[in-house]
Design a protein around this ligand. Structure first.
Ligand code: ZN
Length: 319
């Protein structure tokens, strides 16, 4: 077991090596060595790719017991539901037309029971409750899960690995940018499949390592997010992992936004010019929902069409 110095305590962070979760016998090939560029936490981390199935992973990685040290208290920050700016109707219609509903699109079906894994402060739960869904969530951050419960929803604090099963079979499980954070995504996906009714759905999103923006930026790619991201998927490996967990994959598609591209440019400028440099700020602000997202919507649609926005979604069904 390797060690790196810790952020919050003098205890070393414990690192562990794990083989490909798909059980491939082939050796790994090294992809890159990177560091945390979003929060500036210490440590350098290696990403390797399985020569058998192509699934990439952070290796070695912080253990389950230590990974919490890399998540600051405000990691799950999100706009508080109901506080969206009021706009005149014509601007509101334009905003809705240009915004990326594709990023959290779910398979067409009437409202039923929805479980969100990694629900943060409950923004999405609140939105779906407003559309008639009976919602509940699971969220590792105690602060964020408290906030989501404060909105009146059943939200368990903790991970999907240890959460109590929902009281009823659910119709739809969503996991927006969660699978890349899990130590054992296969076990989690199998567990979730058991909670969904036969014919029910999984909708999930993850960064796409096969995208143009990863190839351009490599260790400075915005969505690399080391060491928080333990797995780095491509459309092929995402299909493989979800399928291996017993789901029938129906569709993989790309989100219509350029958040990764803007964020990566911001990180490159910050790295070269210094943290908080005014030239890097507009690019990083783009990732937090600035107006540039609307201006860049046509480019985002073009890149999404060719599978190069660096963020993808999967829809899969329990057979
Ligand atoms: Zn493999």
């Amino acid at each position: 077991m390797d060690r790196v110095s810790s952020r919050a305590t003098s205890d070393p962070v414990r690192l562990e090596h794990r083989g490909c979760p798909l059980g491939c016998a082939q050796a790994d090939r090294p992809l890159l060595v990177g560091r945390d560029r979003l929060l500036g936490l210490p440590g350098r981390f290696r990403v390797v790719q399985c020569r058998g199935c192509g699934l990439a992973r952070t290796d070695p990685r912080p253990t389950r017991e230590c990974i919490g040290r890399y998540y600051p208290e405000d990691y799950h920050w999100a706009p508080i539901p109901g506080e969206r700016r009021r706009l005149p109707p014509i601007l509101r219609a334009l905003r809705d037309a240009l915004s990326d509903a594709h990023g959290t699109a779910t398979p067409p079906q009437p409202p039923g029971r929805l479980l969100e894994v990694g629900c943060g402060m409950g923004t999405y739960l609140h939105e779906m409750a407003g559309r008639g869904w009976a919602v509940e969530g699971i969220e590792p951050s105690p602060t964020a899960s408290d906030a989501a419960r404060g909105l009146g929803y059943r939200v368990q604090a903790g991970g999907v690995e240890t959460a109590e099963p929902p009281g009823h079979a659910v119709d739809l499980v969503v996991a927006w940018f969660v699978l890349e954070h899990l130590h054992d995504p296969l076990a989690a996906l199998r567990r979730l499949r058991g909670w969904v009714r036969p014919g029910g759905w999984l909708a999930a999103s993850v960064p796409d390592l096969a995208s143009l923006d990863y190839r351009l930026f490599r260790s400075r790619w915005y969505s690399l997010h080391l060491p928080h991201h333990l797995f780095h998927y491509t459309p092929a490996t995402l299909r493989r992992v979800v399928g291996e967990a017993g789901w029938q994959v129906e569709r993989v598609f790309h989100q219509r936004n350029v958040l990764n591209l803007a964020g990566s440019l911001g990180l490159v400028l910050e790295g070269d010019l210094g943290r908080g440099h005014p030239l890097a700020r507009p690019f990083l602000a783009c990732c937090e929902g600035s107006r540039w997202n609307y201006v860049l919507a046509p480019l985002a649609r073009f890149l999404a069409h060719y599978g190069h926005t660096g963020r993808m979604c999967i829809w899969a069904r329990r057979p």
